[in-house]
Design a protein. Structure first.
Length: 243
């Protein structure tokens, strides 16, 4: 997904009252999930057609239900909500996607948008803003809540520090590239180790090498580098050395 300033919108969008928006909730905290369901179903044009507590449990339901919209957290058991966003695109391509999360960092926002999110709302937003987000996204537009819209805009306006470029990536090995991509998708060292059949200690070594070779100071910077250079897709375009 190409990120641009036109993605920032908080304009309410009206929808014909006879149209019910079919929504799937993905949230691992049962109390919060139940509260969201009760709140959303107060709106006459919304209908919760499925609710799930993990990325894994939600996949079959989303594929079968083909909802109009999926409302998901980023912090999910097992695999991350970032990975779920990509899976939704494959399983239910017409479903719109909103992230509802406590993560307000620009890195998380960009990662979610790059993975296919159509909206991003913080959990401390008020209910009116969430309802506006659902209607706006369902109508085909994109939505960032006010709290994160300013962060994204500031990032575009203050982009004057030296950042690694695509050329820097030629110094990393194929294995390091696999680790980098998974870091950008929100996976922990333990999950990356499981996926690649390596030990967490080995993954930590690859992470340290990436930070050194790319002149990056932390995992958030690795994630931002991957997003800016299109390295978070399943088939990245950059060729690197093997190793």
């Amino acid at each position: 997904m190409q990120l641009g300033l036109d993605i920032i919108t908080n304009t309410p969008v009206s929808r014909p009252p006879t149209t019910r928006i079919r929504i799937v909730l993905v949230e691992d905290h049962a109390i919060l999930r139940e509260g969201l369901k009760a709140l959303i179903e107060l709106e006459t044009d919304f209908e919760i057609v499925g609710e799930f507590g993990s990325e894994e449990a939600s996949l079959g339901g989303i594929s079968e239900l083909q909802p109009d919209l999926v409302l998901t957290d980023l912090a999910l058991p097992g695999r991350s909500g970032i990975e779920l966003l990509a899976e939704i695109q494959r399983l239910s391509p017409k479903s719109r996607k909103i992230v509802l999360t406590a993560h307000e960092s620009e890195v998380y926002v960009r990662a979610a948008l790059n993975a296919g999110a159509d909206g991003y709302v913080l959990k401390d937003a008020n209910s009116a803003e969430l309802m506006t987000a659902i209607r706006t996204v369902s109508f085909g537009q994109q939505f960032l809540c006010k709290a994160v819209a300013g962060k994204i805009l500031s990032g575009y306006l203050s982009n004057d520090r030296r950042k690694p470029t695509m050329l820097d990536c030629h110094a990393i090995t194929g294995r390091e590239r696999e680790v980098l991509t998974r870091i950008a998708m929100g996976a922990s060292n333990k999950i990356i180790a499981r996926d690649l059949g390596l030990s967490p200690k080995t993954i930590e070594k690859h992470r340290s090498n990436l930070m050194r070779k790319l002149n990056l100071r932390n995992a958030a910077a690795i994630t931002m580098f991957a997003i800016r250079n299109g390295l978070t897709s399943s088939e990245p375009s950059l060729s690197v050395s093997t190793g």
